[in-house]
Design a protein around this ligand. Structure first.
Ligand SMILES: C[S@@+](CC[C@H](N)C(=O)[O-])C[C@H]1O[C@@H](n2cnc3c(N)ncnc32)[C@H](O)[C@@H]1O
Length: 380
């Protein structure tokens, strides 16, 4: 069901993109492998919307079910749909405590949620006025979803079954922001699906999302666990971060103060991840704030990224938030081909200063072979 009571602006601010049944069913199917309903006293859905995540037989087996949301109108719809759920209007990010939800300190608690993901620093939604709800100081981050996870952790649930962006785990800055949560919770299952599954999401702005099951545990989850984790996708594929080396090991991806003294080099647009690269430019002429200075000895790596961009659309959605993979050994044998093709592509920038040492047809063939071998028959 779409959040039909919300304007585009309100939907963006509240993260009012509701969950379809097939994702909710998959979440409970996955959860049941780790926590039977009989082992739970209270199920809390703190961002319930119309209650998409409360429509499952699982909840019949749980003693007590509590739903909450900050959006009064959504709660009214949910209230009409469910008999044995008690609903409360609560800001999950302010003064969060079990007692605020009427949950006993000793209850075995399960939190099921699809929190709002709303990057407060994102420029993509420029023009949409941010109505930022009050957030406790100790859980403030740059994204409402990251703050939500920190707020959930403070309720000390035994289990969590969540939908959240894959980037919360795989991007180091996000993972670090989640450390207070991750040190107490062990990731038990992680199934990747495309965010385009959510109701009302633009077909253009997909990112990999996760069904993630966490269990309270003193050993927690480390970034090394994530790096080696074999992520399954809802389509039955799998991948892990440690399968590749990444361009960030070899070159600057972001502008660095150190490089700003380099006056003569070429300029390259910041490269956040594969999805961002698909949308952004590569070599640029303007000294904008997002410009990375290309050091001469690393030029071929930037040419590599430039050519990689042309291949990026062939990659599956679930790789969208990965850094740009590179096979260093194969790259060494192919670097002239990357340079030749990139130089030919950006005549205006290289303007006869560099010429390719290899003919373009051969370069194209070499590069096609390189990518076949990198992503290969098994793909990732
Ligand atoms: C992604 S939707 C999920 C709704 C529902 N759980 C589902 O899966 O369909 C996020 C929900 O979080 C609610 N929300 C946003 N900020 C909130 C806050 N600070 N406290 C509680 N709920 C909030 C929104 O109103 C919205 O209903």
């Amino acid at each position: 069901m779409k959040a039909s009571h919300l304007s585009f602006e309100a939907k963006t601010n509240l993260g009012g993109f509701y969950t379809p049944k097939r994702i909710s069913d998959k979440l409970y199917e996955t959860l049941e492998k780790f926590a039977q309903p009989s082992a739970i006293d209270t199920l809390l859905e703190p961002n319930c919307g119309y209650g998409a995540l409360l429509e499952n037989d699982y909840i019949k087996g749980v003693k007590k079910v509590v739903g909450a949301d900050i959006d009064e109108a959504a709660l009214a719809v949910a209230g009409d749909r469910f008999d044995r759920v008690s609903f409360n209007r609560i800001n999950a990010l302010k003064n969060g405590s079990r007692s605020a939800y009427g949950i006993d300190d000793n209850d075995r608690l399960l939190i099921v949620a699809n929190p709002p993901y709303n990057d407060l620093t994102s420029q993509a939604k420029n023009g949409v006025k941010k109505i930022v709800c009050e957030i406790d100081g100790d859980i403030q981050t740059r994204d409402l979803g990251l703050s939500s996870l920190l707020a959930f952790g403070k309720l000390r649930p035994d289990f969590l079954a969540l939908l959240h962006p894959l980037s919360y785990l795989i991007k180091k800055a996000n993972f670090n922001a989640l450390k207070p949560f991750m040190k107490n919770y062990k990731l038990k299952a992680a199934i990747v699906f495309s965010s385009q599954a959510f109701c009302g999401v633009s077909k253009l702005s997909g990112f990999p999302a996760l069904i993630a099951i966490y269990e309270r545990s003193e050993s927690g989850t480390s970034y090394e666990d994530i790096y080696a984790w074999r992520f399954e996708t809802i389509e039955g594929e799998s991948f892990s971060l440690d399968r590749f080396n990444y361009i960030g090991e070899y070159i600057d991806k972001y502008p660095s103060a150190r490089a700003k003294t380099d006056q003569d080099g070429y300029l390259f647009y910041t490269m956040r991840d594969i999805n961002a690269l698909k949308r952004s430019r590569t070599f640029i002429k303007e000294r904008i704030a997002n410009a990375v200075f290309v050091s001469q000895d690393k030029l071929d790596y930037y040419c590599y990224v430039d050519i990689f961009k042309d291949y990026a659309n062939r990659l599956p959605y679930y790789m969208g938030n990965l850094d740009i993979p590179i096979d260093r050994d194969r790259f060494e044998n192919t670097r002239e081909s990357f340079r030749a093709l990139s130089v030919a592509k950006h005549n205006d920038i290289f303007a006869g200063k560099i010429s390719g040492a290899i003919d373009l047809q051969t370069a194209r063939a070499n590069i096609a072979l390189y990518f076949d071998e990198l992503f290969g028959k098994e793909r990732v």
